[in-house]
Design a protein around this ligand. Sequence first.
Ligand code: ADP
Ligand code: MG
Length: 730
Amino acid sequence: MRLLTPPPSSELLVPDSSARRVAIQTVTSRAVRTVRRPVDAEGRPARISQFFGNRVFGADKLKQRLPPEIFALWTATAEKGAHLDRPVADAIAHAVKEWALESGATHFCHWFHPMTGATAEKHDSFLWFDGAGRPIEKFTGSMLIQSEPDASSFPSGGMRSTFEARGYTAWDPTSPMFLMDGPSGRTLVIPSAFLGYHGQALDEKAPLLRSMEALSRSACRLLGLIGSPAQRVTATVGPEQEYFVIDKAYAALRPDLVVAGRSVLGAQAPKGQSLEDHYFGSIPPRVLAFMEECEQELYQLGVWAKTRHNEVAPAQFEIAPVFTEANVAADHNQLVMQTLRRVADRHGLAMLLHEKPFAGVNGSGKHVNWSMSTNTGENLLEPGSAPQENLRFLAFLAATLLGVQRHSAVLRASIASHGNDFRLGANEAPPAIISVFLGDFLTRIVDGIVSGQVASLAVGQAMIELGVSRLPAVAKDNTDRNRTSPFAFTGNKFEFRAVGSSASISFPVVCLNAAVADGIEQLSAWIEAGRGDVMGAVRRALTESSAVRFDGNGYSAEWVEEAERRGLPHARNTPAALAALHGEAATALFKRTGVLSHEELDSRYEVRVELYNKKVDIEADVLRELVDTHVIPSIVAELSATGGVAGTLAEKRFLAAEAVGDRVYAARAALDEALSGVPESSAAGAATYLCSKVVPALAELRGACDAAEKLVADDRWSLPKYREMLFVNG
Ligand code: ADP
Ligand code: MG
C-alpha cells in the first residue's frame, strides 16, 4: 500500500477562491448608475436633437461667430480642400477660442492618430502674457494649424531616426473641433494629422485624407466620362462596433485581460452562445445604463450614434453610428471606443475591444460600411431607376470589383492583426480570403454583362430583358444576409466585414479607397481607349474580376479549395498577410494613387510586424505568469488536499490532478523551448516563427490549464471563471 502524505499544513501552498468570491459579491450587489439627462428650457428631458453636437465647433457655430466675408472664404477653401490663408486661420482661431472659453475650456490639444492604432494628445493651456506681463488667454491661427509635440516615442516604422525625431501635427479642417470633458475642466480638441519633419505621414490620418483625395479625383474623372460630372466625391463610412463588457471586479483579477485584453486561459462554461438567447435579447439594465450614458456623451460630441443591441456572444454588444465622411467616421470611431471605455469604468464595467476576448464564443469585429457620394449627396453605389443612373451604378460597381480583385492581398493585409487571427476563418467571421458577395439579382446582371447578353448602352432595356427592370428595389431586397462574406454588397453600399474590433478603421479604409481609386482609373482608361464605350469597359472589368465574386458559404472547406483554384490569395495569418505590403503590387498601387510613398508603406509594414511580435510576447509572458502563480499553485493545493490512501476516491483525484499537473508542466516547458528559438535576425523572421511555433505552444498550454481548471476544486481556483465573467454580471 502506497501512502501519500500531504505536507504539514503550515507548508500548504493554498491559493483560494476568496478574491473571486469577493468579486462575485461586489458584482451582484452593484447598483445601476444613472445620470441626469440634459433638460430643455422648461426643465423637461431634452430631445437628442436639442443637445446634439453642443460640444462641437461645427459650421453653424463658425457661421455665427465669423465675419460673413471670412466665413465665405472659409467655406470656399473647405469645399476645394485648398490651403487656408493666415487671416482666415486667425479669425477661426479667435472664434473657437472664445467659444471654448465661454464653455469652460482651459486647454487645447492637437489630437492625432499615431500608428499605434490609438489616439494621442498633448494639452496646452490658453494661458499667455500680454506686453505688461499680465495673464491673458491666447490662441492664434498658427497655434491652430500646427503644433510640434515631442514625438520621438511614437512608432515610425524606421522612418524617423532619433537625430531627426521631430514631427509636427497639422489641423485637419475637415473634421470639426470639439470639447473634451475632464473630471473638472474642459479641453478644446483639434483633430490633426501627424507628419515627420520631411512631410512623411507618421499617422493614420494623413494617408486617409490622401486616399480620399485619390478616390475623389478618380471618381470625378469617371463621372466626367459617363456624362454625369461632379466636383468632389467623398468616401462615406459607417462602422458597426462590436465589444464585450464584463464587470471590472473580474477583469482586475485577470492579469491576461489587464495586459493582453484577452483571456489566454479559461475553461469554457457549459453554456456559451449555444442557446442563441443573447442576440437582440433585452439589454441588461446595468449595460443599458452604460450605453445611455455613452450615447449622451457621443451625441454631444456630434457622433451620430444610432443603433445599440446585444450581439451573438454572451456579454457582447454593438453600437453603430449613421455613416459620414470617412475621415470624420474614423475620428468618431476612435471617440466611440474611448467613450465606451471611459464610461464603462464609471459603471464598474470593463469594456473589452479585443477581437477574441473569450475562446468558444464569437469574437468581435467592426463592419465597415463603405460607399462613395458626390458633393450633391448622390450615392454612387445606389442603383438608379433611370437607365443613365444604372450605367453610373454599374460603372462604379465594376470599378470597385476590379479594385478589390486586383488588390485583395492588400485588403487582407489591411485587416491583419494578432487579435484578428483568432477570428478570421473561424466559423464566426469571414474567412481570410477576400471575396465579394453581390446577391442573386446583381449576379444575374453581372453575369449577363460578362456573357455579352447586356451589351448596349440601353442598360435599362437589358435589365428588363433580364427580368430585373427595377434595379433599386431588387438590389435592396435581395442582397446582404450572407454573413460569411468579407466584402458584401448590401443594397447601396459595401460592407467590409473582416475588420477587427480593436483596429482603427483608417488603414482598412485607406486600402479600400486606394484599391477602388485604382480600379476606377483603369476603367476610365479603358473607356477612353474605347472611345467612350462605357459598357465595353464595364464588361472588361466585370470579366477580369469574376474570380473575386462569391456568393456561397464562406465558412465552408470547399470554398477554401475553390478559392485556391481561382487563384485568390489566402493568407492564413498575420505574418503571411502582411507580406503583401512589401510586394511590388502594393508599392505601385500606393505610389500611383499618391497615398503612400515606398518609405511610408514600408513603415506600415514594420510597425505592424513589430506589433504582432510584441502581442505574442505579451501573451506568452502573461500565460507563463498565470501558470506559475495561479494554475500550478492551484494544482499543488489540490494534490496536497487529496493525498490519501491508495484505492480511495481521494487517490483517484490525486492521480488525475497529478496527470494534469504533468501536462501543464510539459506544455510550460515546451513553450519555453519554443520561445528560446525566436530568431533575432529580423522582425519578419521572428513573426513567422512566433506564428508557427509559439502561438501553437500557447494554445497547447492553454488546453492543459483549462483541463486543470475543470478538475481542481472550485474553492482552490483563484482566477475568475468564464461562467462568472460572461454570465454573473449583476
Ligand atoms: P446592418 O448591416 O446591421 O443591417 P444597416 O444596414 O442599418 O445595418 O447599416 C449599417 C451601417 O451602414 C450604418 O452605420 C449605416 O449608416 C451605414 N451606411 C448606410 N448607407 C451607407 C453609405 N452610403 N455609405 C456608408 N455607410 C452607409
Ligand atoms: Mg451591417
